[in-house]
Design a protein. Sequence first.
Length: 254
Amino acid sequence: MTGKNEDNGLWIRRFQPRDDAAVRLVCLPHAGGSASFYFPMAKAVPAGIDVLAVQYPGRQDRRSEPGVTDLHTLADQVTEALLPWTDRPLALFGHSMGSSLGYEVARRLEERHGVVPAHLFASGRRAPSRYVHETVHQRDDDGLIAELKRLSGTDSQVLGDEELLRMVLPAIRADYEAAETYRERPSAPLRSPVTVLTGDTDPKVTLDQARAWAGHTEGPFGCHVFPGGHFYLANHQPQIVRIIADQLLGARVD
């Protein structure tokens, strides 16, 4: 397929390239997150899975670019970047904002390009149909930083470095605006299977809101609840990898 080199340099990071893998797993970060958040997962998944971690504008090596404040626009851009990678089965894993984005990318792949993703893994996010009014992106810098510390989703070294934190806040604010102003547009349910993963004490997602993802697919649906808060997945990577491997490869990983 053409365009992989260009897309890899801008949108896609492959920390453990596996050109012969049976399936590609596209990993979409949370608000304020970067592709490197998925470095451990790229190393941990079985050899049959090739992890493509998405790098949003406005952070790390893309910090000179403005952040994208509309999730539908971001979904359009990510979808286009992924088209060269659809020469084999493509699954999506998103956490928090990344789950909403993964859903919208899956819809675009199915509806516009006839590509049905092998699976959508939605982590730490309420179903698109369960809208909640949120205004974190409208807070001042101190208010935004307080939210980051509450959820513990930003690198502790960044939170402890005032100068660095102020540098990345515009991208974080853009992400929060995209996530909080997102509204699902009417559409048919996905044909892709959907698996939801959530923490039992997540202050951002109730179990009812997580299980409501079942209404967004015509395919198989599963829900896994883990001990922990919004970033529960940091403490449960082996179990999450087993779930991914079971769904994508039909084989469990010890």
